[in-house]
Write a protein that binds this ligand. Structure first.
Ligand SMILES: Cc1cc2nc3c(=O)[nH]c(=O)nc-3n(C[C@H](O)[C@H](O)[C@H](O)COP(=O)(O)OP(=O)(O)OC[C@H]3O[C@@H](n4cnc5c(N)ncnc54)[C@H](O)[C@@H]3O)c2cc1C
Length: 299
């Protein structure tokens, strides 16, 4: 039996491991695909305090090294379900734990276009807060018309030469105040009833082809970067029997990252929160680990 089993080796899970190990707890981290989580897809991170610039992979390697050097165990497996004190994996392995921390992250919803994965970091981004500063003076497009897309468009309009918002519906669906702000900006162009159909360019994005859904006409936008802001997808299915999920599928928790079930905590992008960044994920990891350690000590 481990003191604490952590689901997910992203910034939240690995930070939780570091804190729990430094409280002298035995810790197992189970990761299904990439040690380091989604930040490994980012070629350049410039907003993590203390590091002027690093790649997502460099950051992930540092975290993994730190966990291993403190004596943490990391297993490659997919958690299929959890119950209080028990974590079951797709491989058939079952791990017992005094406390469990879910740090399974979330995924940015993708456009599903050819070349999309290849162009991430080379003209395709899912996070204007993260990557907007790299696009200073560029012509950019942002796909989406909800609050996230509109907030990101406002942010980008202060940095970029021009911002084209491409929305599939006939109107923007985000807050009116944000929409009004965008309509009043000279360097923002809003195109509704249109969908992205092709990302142009092989090693680097050279443009975006869009199609009008009312008359089927196509046109190419000469943009250097496309920001995709069409929502995020949490992967919380394996946990829904022990946690309460909000309307969007995120796990709800209190200030100490405790879910509705004693001994089960949640940290990072998979939980209900306003800002999904490395700083907030690592912050959650620390809070959840301290709460989990106190819970283990109380048993
Ligand atoms: C391209 C890109 C660029 C970004 N740039 C920045 C940036 O510059 N600055 C910034 O602050 N943030 C950035 N972010 C956001 C940042 O990466 C996330 O906020 C952060 O990684 C969240 O950490 P997390 O640990 O909560 O989740 P994740 O990083 O998503 O890690 C969760 C881990 O859990 C694993 N997992 C999920 N389900 C299971 C399961 N059932 N069993 C086992 N393992 C499971 C996943 O495989 C994953 O590795 C970027 C994101 C992307 C995609």
């Amino acid at each position: 039996m481990h003191d604490i089993v952590i689901v997910g080796a992203g910034p939240a899970g690995l930070t939780a491991a570091i804190y729990a190990l430094r409280f002298n707890k035995s810790v197992l981290v189970i990761e299904k695909s990439t040690f380091g989580g989604q930040i490994t897809y980012s070629p350049k991170v410039e907003n993590y305090p203390g590091f002027k610039e690093m790649s997502g992979n460099e950051f992930a390697d540092l975290l993994v090294d730190q966990v291993i050097s403190l004596g943490g165990e990391i297993e490659l497996d997919t958690v299929s379900s959890i119950a209080p004190g028990k974590v079951t994996c797709e491989s058939g392995n079952v791990y017992e734990a005094k406390a469990i921390i879910i740090a399974a992250g979330s995924k940015h919803r993708q456009l599903g276009l050819d070349n999309e994965n290849e162009l991430v970091g080379n003209g395709v981004s899912y996070c204007a807060v993260c990557d907007g500063a790299f696009c200073k003076g560029q012509d950019v497009a942002i796909i989406g018309g909800g609050n996230t897309a509109l907030q990101e468009a406002v942010l980008l309009s202060d940095i970029c030469k021009s911002v084209t918002v491409v929305q599939n519906l006939p109107t923007l669906t985000g807050e009116k105040k944000l929409a009004d702000q965008l309509y009043s900006k000279e360097n923002v162009n809003i195109i509704c009833s249109s969908v992205a159909v092709e990302l142009l360019g092989k090693e680097k994005l050279t443009g975006l082809k869009i199609k009008n859904t009312e008359d089927n006409t196509e046109r190419v936008l000469d943009v250097e970067t496309v920001f995709v802001a069409i929502g995020q997808v949490p992967e919380n299915k394996p946990f829904e029997s022990v946690c309460t999920l909000d309307n969007y599928g995120y796990i709800t928790a209190d200030e100490s990252c405790l879910t509705g079930t004693n001994g089960i905590f949640v940290a990072g992008d998979c939980r209900t929160k306003a800002v999904r960044q490395i700083t907030t994920a690592t912050g959650d990891g620390a809070v959840a680990a301290v709460a989990a350690c106190r819970y283990v000590d109380s048993l």
